[in-house]
Design a protein around this ligand. Structure first.
Ligand SMILES: [Zn+2]
Length: 160
């Protein structure tokens, strides 16, 4: 028996430490939260994806009275980006969330299903997606979903 140790690198920034492009992407995600449809959770999530061609697309969480029919902001954004710009890889994805009291303190982590979709998007375009998770206290940055989804399942497993 041996242990398999997996290391994840998550950089922690203050907003002011980010460059103008990253600040803009986060601001865009924060602004998107206003377009969330979250009448049940009152937890409004916004995401902004920067594409290789410089286009930024946004999405928000879309809830439904039949709960599983809703969708998270991250997947709404990536599916929209991949539908509208199928030839453009996603370079970066910023996510922000607020309650009725305002933006949350700690960075918003994507759920497991969204991590899987981010992974598929990376594999599809053969390019890592830098992820910026906004919190009022700090911002987390990872260079690729592999830091948030270690030991992941993708199509390569089916080729063995
Ligand atoms: Zn999700």
């Amino acid at each position: 028996m041996k242990d398999l140790q997996i290391t994840a690198i998550i950089k922690v920034y203050q907003y002011d430490e980010l460059n103008a492009d990253d600040q803009k992407l986060i601001k865009t995600a924060m602004e998107a939260t206003a377009r969330s449809y979250a009448p049940y959770s009152h937890f409004s999530v916004g995401a902004a994806a920067l594409l290789n061609n410089g286009t930024i697309v946004t999405g928000t969480n879309q809830e439904n009275a039949a709960y599983p029919s809703g969708l998270c902001a991250e997947r709404t954004t990536l599916f929209y980006a991949n539908s509208q710009y199928p030839d453009q890889a996603v370079k970066a994805l910023a996510v922000a969330a607020k309650t009725e009291k305002g933006f949350i303190q700690t960075p918003i982590p994507p759920c497991g299903a969204c991590r899987q979709v981010i992974l598929e998007t990376e594999k599809r375009y053969g390019q890592p997606i830098r992820i910026l998770l906004y919190g009022k206290e700090c911002i987390y940055e990872v260079k690729s979903i592999s830091d948030l989804l270690p030991l992941s399942f993708d199509a390569s497993a089916m080729e063995e």
